[in-house]
Design a protein around this ligand. Structure first.
Ligand SMILES: [Zn+2]
Length: 413
């Protein structure tokens, strides 16, 4: 048997032994060899090695070959499918993420010298960037000196990133499987598994057209609420994503429900929330609500709440929307508790100030205390953060997860 083939097959086998969750990914990549020297590259369907370089890698340390295969497989799993320059901040950030995971595994066939140095460099950048998201890490790297960039390339790079095709479809499913498998993989120290999970969650985040979600939510606001056991918000949002798969809305329902005239937009104004995304969310939501509600009959309460209700602004028409967006200031700064806003809305209902409330959207960036009981109206929690955090919600609520980029550029006034 051809010696190169033998090296590659045994190395691929060693990757699967060390990291079972990579098996499907490794089997999905063809391993090819061309004569000569050069850096290996992966286009998403195969990894291309150069014979001379492969031989010298193997002679130096067989783990260099297993590591290279795992490196490319992880790029694919994490959705690093867009061609880039591996020496650019983006390319370095992608290399750092995959190398960090492989160093964290600490398994016999994937270990290489300088692991602690790589782990330190990546963790330092994660704490600077506040997130392991490749986008955020790349931004942090772009601030660093050229010297640091060269050091990162030397430490983290194993492959060319230029021949990627940008086609990622077949990897999405493999990535979801890896996420499930890694949950049962306990070899990594807890903190590092967490980083890997966060990276996989970012990768597998359901992307929403949330403007469409807003329009549908406001127009319909009548969701399957009879049986909480069968109402799976994940399935619901998945259905939203693949329009038409779920009996959420059809054109006749859109028209029928135009009589809904009361709506609540609650804003979590706790200390951690960023003003930019919140303002943009508010503008978009008001716009969607206004488009769906009959003119002159809309009553939209914009409630600001951290651990207590700070303000309630009633919007009844386009003029109110314009003046609210002009004057909007965040009022809050404390912790997060969702209950006061729900209690407050209940009191408005009791007092008869809200008569036909059908829906509430609660914009937040994180964890808070939920009410125990299902309210008498539909609720969607809208989360906005870097996409790496899991957001548990009560079974009666819906969830939409956004990153600030989803909200588009800030309006300049
Ligand atoms: Zn790479």
């Amino acid at each position: 048997m051809d010696v190169h083939r033998e090296i590659l097959d045994s190395s691929a086998g060693a990757v699967c032994v060390d990291a079972r969750f990579l098996t499907k990914a490794v089997l999905s990549l063809k391993l090819d060899v061309v004569p000569g020297e050069g850096m290996l590259e992966c286009d998403g369907s195969s990894i291309l090695f150069h014979s001379k370089t492969l031989e010298s890698m193997y002679r130096e340390d067989p783990n260099l070959v297993t590591r290279a295969i795992a490196h490319c497989a992880l790029h694919c799993i994490l959705g690093h499918s867009t061609p880039n320059d591996e020496c650019s901040p983006r390319g370095i950030a992608e290399d750092m993420a995959v190398e960090y995971i492989l160093d964290s595994l600490g398994t016999p066939h994937l270990s290489l010298p300088d692991g602690p140095e790589r782990i330190y460099s990546f963790e330092r950048l994660v704490s600077m960037a506040g997130s392991p998201s490749v986008d955020r890490i790349a931004e942090a790297i772009a601030q660093e000196s050229q010297w640091k960039l060269s050091m990162y390339t030397r430490l983290f790079n194993r492959d060319h990133h230029a021949s990627r095709t940008g086609n990622d479809d077949r990897w999405k499913e493999i990535s979801k499987q890896a996420l499930t498998e890694i949950e049962g993989f306990s070899e990594m120290p807890a903190g590092r598994t967490d980083t890997f999970m966060r990276l996989l969650r970012i990768r597998n985040r359901r992307r929403h057209d949330y403007r469409d979600f807003l329009r549908r939510f406001v127009s319909k606001s009548s969701l399957p609420k009879e049986d909480p056991d069968t109402f799976d918000p994940i399935y619901y949002t998945l259905g939203l994503q693949r329009y038409g798969n779920i009996p959420l809305v059809d054109s006749s329902e859109m028209t029928d429900n135009r009589s809904i005239d009361e709506f609540v937009i609650a804003l979590d104004t706790s200390g951690s929330v960023m003003k930019g995304p919140m303002t943009r969310f508010l503008e978009e939501s008001l716009d969607a609500v206004r488009q769906c509600l009959p003119d002159g009959r809309a009553r939209i309460h914009v409630i600001q709440c951290d651990t207590m209700v700070r303000s309630d602004t009633l919007i009844t028409g386009a003029g109110d929307i314009a003046s609210l967006s002009e004057r909007f200031e965040i009022d809050g700064g404390g912790g997060t508790d969702f209950r006061p806003a729900f209690d407050y809305v209940d009191s408005l209902i009791e007092e008869g100030r809200l008569k036909h409330l059908k829906g509430m959207m609660y914009f937040t960036d994180g964890l808070g205390t939920f009410p125990e009981k299902r309210p008498g109206y539909d609720v969607a929690f809208v989360f906005c953060d870097d996409g790496s955090t899991e957001h548990p919600i009560p079974p009666w609520a819906m969830k939409i997860e956004l990153v600030p980029e989803d909200l588009g550029p800030e309006t300049i006034r």
